[in-house]
Design a protein around this ligand. Structure first.
Ligand SMILES: Cc1cc2nc3c(=O)[nH]c(=O)nc-3n(C[C@H](O)[C@H](O)[C@H](O)COP(=O)(O)OP(=O)(O)OC[C@H]3O[C@@H](n4cnc5c(N)ncnc54)[C@H](O)[C@@H]3O)c2cc1C
Ligand code: SF4
Length: 470
């Protein structure tokens, strides 16, 4: 590291992303994070120590060459930076916004040991948003030289796993057709993650790029019902990628969960994100939501549901079994939720939904205490006897995780699933049916956007090898 860079790094702290004021943003759905300025971005990239053995790269599920792109960024050369990122991550505008950086790249940054890690996610977002993305994305020469022979490959689902698979296959020279059950593309990026975290225009930009690459998208097609594998083979598809995600919400299985006013977070978020429920009567799909909302869960889904309910005018309480520090949600989302006035009732668990005249009137909870760490490293949770208390509520939103969609399973009875209910794949993402590959949440259970993208891309490369007979 040069003396100048060392001095610069010591002088300047981590760049802080400007945000919308919390009192303003609880009244709108516009993006909370406003993006770094060019000056902030360049200075922040310049803080990188350019480690010889960069741990941040190991922390990223797709091993983005972080020092490589920061090297360009430090000189204000964001096109060069973007080119480096796109070698491993085709969707930096999305990942820069939603990756749990504190557990991945930034969590391993050496500067974080004594000070503040480089704001890698914000810089990736900056590189993507700086306007040069399209030309690089569309440049087929960025791929490894080999090209497919124009054969047809089907992609089931349109979430991040499918987007990455489709992009990679199209860039390898295949004719790709994507089949999505919903009327909108993007999977969780569209129906789950709200506009205030990931603007729909960013997702739309990537689909426009996919269209430019020749990917054809068919919406409102439920694979396993509207269309099955035999149809695809009959239509001359030579291979199939399945990225159907984990869209089936789990419930607690407690008394009162069938009352009016109980939602799964998925349904709640879909109604707002895709069906414009918050814009009734402009959109004819209202949502019956009260003024006192209790959300159970501690992941990103819980934070998204809570912050969406807050923007719809509710007083919101999140109930979570463990402590704030142990929440699986991105740290930034928890902080933003707190800034927005969301109340957290931690070390507590709902045991019964209370009702009046068929509608939710409250949630009875029990205090929990944390015991020793289990084999997964997480501390066990046990209920404290006789520690029940009631929270008033007229809406109860359950955000405790999702399972793979069972319709796919019914439509593909010969496909092997694991004991956990996810599609069984080998190291090459191949399923038990020749020519059918799978990746993303449908093979891992609920995970992250970047791991789904990494899987989708890896599966596309396996499909290429399979079709080339290698
Ligand atoms: C509310 C919420 C917030 C999240 N926030 C974050 C975050 O901040 N950061 C992060 O890294 N991860 C986050 N995640 C997790 C992340 O979104 C998922 O890991 C990721 O989207 C998985 O991608 P996927 O492509 O495997 O599946 P999905 O995104 O679920 O996409 C699957 C697609 O397949 C379609 N489909 C399903 N069955 C069929 C069928 N039979 N025929 C045709 N189409 C079908 C679905 O409609 C869907 O569009 C969040 C998840 C949720 C629910
Ligand atoms: S893809 Fe995600 S984990 Fe990897 S460097 Fe970018 S922000 Fe970090």
């Amino acid at each position: 590291m040069s003396a100048v860079r060392r001095a610069l790094s010591a002088q300047t702290g981590r760049a802080i992303m400007p945000t919308q004021d919390p009192n303003q943003r609880i009244h709108n759905f516009a993006e909370v994070n406003l993006g770094l300025t060019a000056e902030q971005a360049q200075r922040e990239a310049g803080r990188c120590l350019q480690c010889k053995n960069p741990l941040c790269v190991q922390g990223c599920p797709v091993n983005v060459d972080i020092p490589g792109f920061l090297h360009w960024g430090a000189q204000g050369q964001w096109e060069g930076a973007l080119e480096v990122i796109l070698e491993t991550n085709l969707f930096p505008g999305i990942c820069g916004r939603v990756c749990p950086q504190e557990h991945q790249c930034e969590g391993r940054c050496i500067l974080g040991r004594k000070g503040e890690p480089i704001a890698i996610g914000s810089l990736e977002r900056f590189a993507a948003d700086s306007g040069a993305q399209d030309s690089f994305f569309l440049d087929k020469s960025t791929l490894a030289g080999e090209t497919g022979d124009g054969e047809k490959v089907a992609v089931i689902g349109s979430g991040p796993a499918s987007m990455a698979a489709a992009a990679e296959l199209a860039r390898l020279g295949y004719r790709v057709e994507m089949f999505e059950a919903l009327h909108e593309t993007g999977g969780v990026l569209s129906y789950g993650i709200p506009e205030f975290r990931l603007p729909k225009s960013i997702v739309a930009r990537e689909f426009a790029n996919l269209a430019e690459l020749g990917v054809k998208v068919h919406t409102n097609v439920l694979f396993g019902r509207t269309l099955d594998l035999e149809d695809l083979w009959a239509q001359d598809f030579k291979a199939v990628f399945v990225g159907a995600g984990a869209g089936l919400p789990r419930f607690l299985g407690i008394e009162g969960e069938n009352l009016n006013g109980v939602f799964s977070a998925n349904e709640f978020l879909t109604r707002v994100n895709l069906m414009g429920a918050h814009q009734f009567p402009e959109y004819e799909t209202p949502i019956t939501m009260g003024k006192k909302v209790v959300v159970v869960g501690g992941g990103n889904t819980a934070m998204d549901a809570a912050r969406t309910a807050r923007r719809l005018g509710a007083k919101v309480t999140v109930v979570y079994r463990r402590s704030l520090e142990e929440m699986p949600a991105r740290a930034e989302e928890v902080r933003h939720a707190q800034e927005e006035g969301i109340h957290f009732t931690i070390r507590s668990n709902p045991v019964k939904v209370l009702g009046r005249d068929g509608w939710v009137s409250g949630v009875c909870c029990q205090r929990m205490e944390l015991g020793d760490a289990g084999p997964d490293g997480r501390r066990r949770v046990t209920a404290v006897p006789d520690s029940f208390f009631d929270l008033p509520a007229d809406t109860f939103i359950v955000a405790i995780g999702q399972s793979p969609n069972p319709i796919l399973r019914q439509g593909l009875p010969e496909l092997k699933f694991t004991d956990r209910g996810v599609i069984a794949v080998d190291d090459n993402y191949a399923t038990s049916i020749p020519g059918v590959f799978a990746a993303g949440d449908i093979t891992t259970g609920g995970a992250t956007v970047i791991s789904a993208m990494g899987g989708g891309r890896g599966a596309a490369q396996s499909i290429h090898r399979y079709l080339q007979g290698k």
